[in-house]
Design a protein around this ligand. Structure first.
Ligand SMILES: *Cc1c(COP(=O)(O)O)cnc(C)c1O
Length: 350
């Protein structure tokens, strides 16, 4: 337990003082009942979406709570995890004075969100084996350090960070430690959400965009202490997750066995793809991955990216990221797509 951590002192004073917007659906919560609703200036004629959605997303949260073994008070859902991450900045980081710590090479949105919110982004590079540089991270922390972003499995490197190293950061970082677990379902490691009661400064974000196959509906999830969740809920837009998204998410979450099958197929394909990539001459290194993508080092990333495009395959050149010179990130596709990728890569061998 981090004894220096004090959630009350971490929240921005304007957020503490804020009287949140109270929507019609907040004031009258049981909107499932057969009542006459003349409270929200909606069009009364039914078409499936003429009513405002549940601002507290109670059905979705209740299913997630059961599946993950947490309380609904420990869950916030947002319009993608990108909204959740932005809410963290807006609740905890004072523009032009606070800072966050990010660990490149990593997900690009942390830096963009820091920029949007006028918050200093202190970058501490991963080691050259893509591990956490714990000592340097803690050295960079000062009293204005509010958030530390750890993406695990990390995008674009694909590795999961060592439990002891993450624990040490949770124990010694006095702001919130945000574990971005967008790819956790592709990993053999367990999620940090099971450790919420041990670490009051732990925030775990997940998403339906990757393993759950629902990038199009935009549903991101945040698991944290009830105090942190209440703070984020206070500042979120009242109807941040729309009706169609809530419906689609509920339907998908009721079919976990099918999701598991897809995840297993993607993991099998990741394994096959990693092996096949060994036979491509210009691929110099294949990084082990616990996500649904594989990072590879090549002889000339720009050239290979262009050649793949000419063959109708779009991948991501990650060379602009530190420690990622001449790297390409390949998402694992369907077996058919992966076979075509391998065929094209081998064709380019010569
Ligand atoms: C894809 C991705 C997300 C997903 O964001 P959504 O807004 O939920 O789609 C979050 N974090 C990381 C590291 C990602 O790669």
């Amino acid at each position: 337990m981090n004894t220096n951590f004090n959630i009350k002192a971490l929240i921005r004073p304007n957020v503490v003082a804020l009287q949140p917007y109270s929507s019609a659906r907040d004031e009258f919560k049981d909107f499932d009942q057969e009542m006459i609703f003349l409270d929200a200036n909606e069009n009364p004629f039914k078409n499936g979406v003429n009513r405002y959605p549940d601002p507290q997303q109670r059905s979705v949260k209740s299913v997630l709570a059961t599946q993950k073994g947490v309380e609904t008070a420990q869950i916030l859902v947002g319009n993608g995890s990108d909204e959740v991450l932005d809410l963290l900045f807006r609740a905890f980081c004072e523009p032009n004075s606070d800072n966050v710590i990010t660990l490149p090479p990593t997900y690009g949105m942390y830096k963009v969100l820091a920029g949007i919110n006028a918050v200093e982004n202190r970058e501490v590079l991963l080691t050259n084996t893509f591990e956490l540089n714990v000592a340097e991270i803690l050295k960079q922390q000062d009293k204005n350090s509010k958030l530390l972003f750890i993406c695990s499995p990390n995008n674009p490197t694909g590795n999961v960070f060592n439990v002891a190293a993450v624990s040490e950061l949770l124990e010694n970082f006095n702001g919130l430690v945000v574990l971005d677990e967008a790819y956790i379902d592709f990993s053999e490691s367990s999620s940090w959400h099971t450790k919420l009661s041990a670490y009051p400064n732990l925030v775990v974000t997940q998403t339906l965009s990757k393993a759950y196959g629902m990038a199009g509906i935009r549903l991101g999830i945040c698991y944290a202490s009830p105090e942190i969740i209440a703070t984020l809920t206070k500042i979120k837009p009242p109807y941040n997750v729309n009706q169609l998204t809530q419906q689609k998410a509920l339907k998908r979450l009721s079919d976990i066995s099918n999701i598991k099958k897809e995840i297993d197929s993607i993991k099998d394909e990741r394994h096959k793809l990693s092996k096949a990539l060994l036979e491509v001459d210009f691929i110099e290194k294949i990084y082990p991955s616990e996500a649904n993508f594989i990072l590879v080092s090549v002889d000339d990333a720009k050239k290979r990216y262009k050649q793949l495009l000419e063959n109708g395959i779009v991948i991501r050149n990650r060379s602009s990221q530190p420690l990622c010179e001449n790297t390409l990130r390949l998402t694992v596709g369907t077996p058919e797509e992966n076979n075509i990728l391998i065929r094209v890569l081998k064709k380019l061998n010569s």
